[in-house]
Design a binder for this molecule. Structure first.
Ligand code: LCS
Length: 396
């Protein structure tokens, strides 16, 4: 399925999977806003359904605009193929449905996006899926939870919102030894900075709402598999569950992805400077950013990532109240959830993105009340720094 694997990520983000409109030569893939596709005759319709003939049938099963996005991200992640979904959450629910059943067990990173955990704890548990959420930054914690019916290991690295990392190569080894499918949520790194399939993972998925689209105007998800077998298994689940993407959504994401490498580069250049600024600020107690030497897994970040990204979290010396004051008064970063967009955002995970997790589980996962998460965008660094400096100066 791949075509431009050997080119740079700048080139692939712009060109992979993209073909000019075959009718008029328009440079962008058109929005094929059609729910269904006309067959020349009954024989052709039947041949499309059996798979004897390639071609489109119905948009839930496949659509040329969605396919262009899928081909693009498959190349960026070095995968066999990819499947676009209606949201990041539907990418995850499709994977759980495809890989697990009422007799099986999964292990996952504890500090994942709040709804990702709640989905399994509250919804899939109703269908008999067993789970353990552990600190996967220590491989021994995963080993301790292995059971005869463990089928899949879900890892989010860097983790939302703690920025803890998990060693993907070590997990891949463990997964291989124990017959597990290793799934990595690569949303925080984006395909520009980390390619889990190259490190031994079987499946990678993204909330494309974040970096891949990058402009806070689409909710979407994507799954990339390493093999055709996994692709076929997941495609069947996705087409049946109907959690597919819409062509309009796909077209917007195709527009966003063209600048992915540039946005990631600029945002992380800002983020490392912001992280250093905060780390040296007398009112800030701690900063978690994989690019700082103080990050406990800084070496792992250098080893498995091609950059440190643009998400960070921190706590104020005077605690929760000071953090709340900061997010209420800061000017440029908007007080809003989501991340990975061109604009900076700031939020309070314990009461917002991770509020659906019990306090006990949140605290065990390191998501304390004082933790503030910032998604650093592509604004001018001096503007972001001056804004933070001025805001901090007004907080006790
Ligand atoms: N995976 C990660 C790492 C996420 O951060 C999110 C959403 C999802 C999956 C789900 O994707 P969605 O369905 O929203 O496209 N994270 C959010 C966050 O931290 N703030 O708002 C949404």
């Amino acid at each position: 399925m791949q075509e431009t694997k050997t080119k740079s990520k700048y080139t692939n983000a712009i060109h992979a999977g993209q073909h000019p409109d075959p009718v008029f030569g328009g440079i962008n893939v058109p929005i094929y806003q059609s729910s269904t596709f006309v067959f020349k005759d009954a024989k052709q319709g039947a041949a499309r359904f059996t798979g004897e003939e390639d071609g489109y049938i119905y948009t839930r099963i496949g659509n040329p605009t969605i396919k262009a996005l899928e081909d693009n991200v498959a190349v960026l992640e070095n995968g066999y193929g990819s499947l676009a979904t209606s949201s990041g959450m539907s990418a995850l629910s499709t994977l759980v449905m495809a890989l697990l059943d009422s007799n099986s067990h999964m292990i996952s990173t504890a500090a994942v996006y709040g709804s990702s955990r709640t989905l399994v704890e509250e919804l899939f548990s109703k269908f008999g899926v067993e789970y353990d959420y552990v600190d996967t930054s220590d491989i021994n914690n995963i080993k301790k939870c292995l059971k005869p019916n463990t089928k899949a290991l879900f890892v989010e690295t860097p983790a939302n919102p703690t920025m803890a990392l998990t060693d993907i190569r070590a997990c891949a080894q463990l997964a291989k030894e124990n017959g597990l499918t290793l799934v990595v949520d690569n949303t925080f790194a984006s395909p520009i900075l980390q390619n889990p399939l190259d490190l031994g993972a079987d499946i990678v998925y993204h909330s494309v709402t974040k970096f891949i689209n990058g402009h806070a105007d689409v909710v979407g998800g994507i799954i990339v598999t390493k093999t055709q077998d996994l692709f076929d298994q997941i495609k069947k689940t996705l087409v049946l569950s109907g959690a597919t993407m819409d062509p309009n959504q796909a077209w917007l994401v195709l527009r966003g992805v063209k600048s992915l490498a540039l946005r990631v580069e600029k945002a992380q250049d800002n983020a490392i400077k912001i992280a250093r600024f905060l780390e040296n600020h007398p009112k800030v107690a701690w900063v978690n950013y994989p690019g700082l030497k103080s990050h406990p897994q800084h070496d792992l970040a250098k080893n498995q990532m091609e950059g440190f990204g643009s998400l960070l979290c921190f706590g104020m010396k005077s605690g929760f109240e000071a953090g709340q004051k900061l997010i209420n008064t800061i000017n440029i970063p908007a007080l809003a959830v989501s991340l990975g967009g061109i604009e900076s955002l700031i939020q309070h995970p314990a009461s917002m993105t991770h509020a659906s997790i019990s306090r006990e589980n949140r605290e065990k996962a390191g998501i304390t009340d004082e933790l503030i998460r910032m998604s650093v965008g592509c604004e001018g660094f001096e503007d972001l720094k001056n804004d933070l400096e001025e805001t901090l100066s007004k907080i006790d």
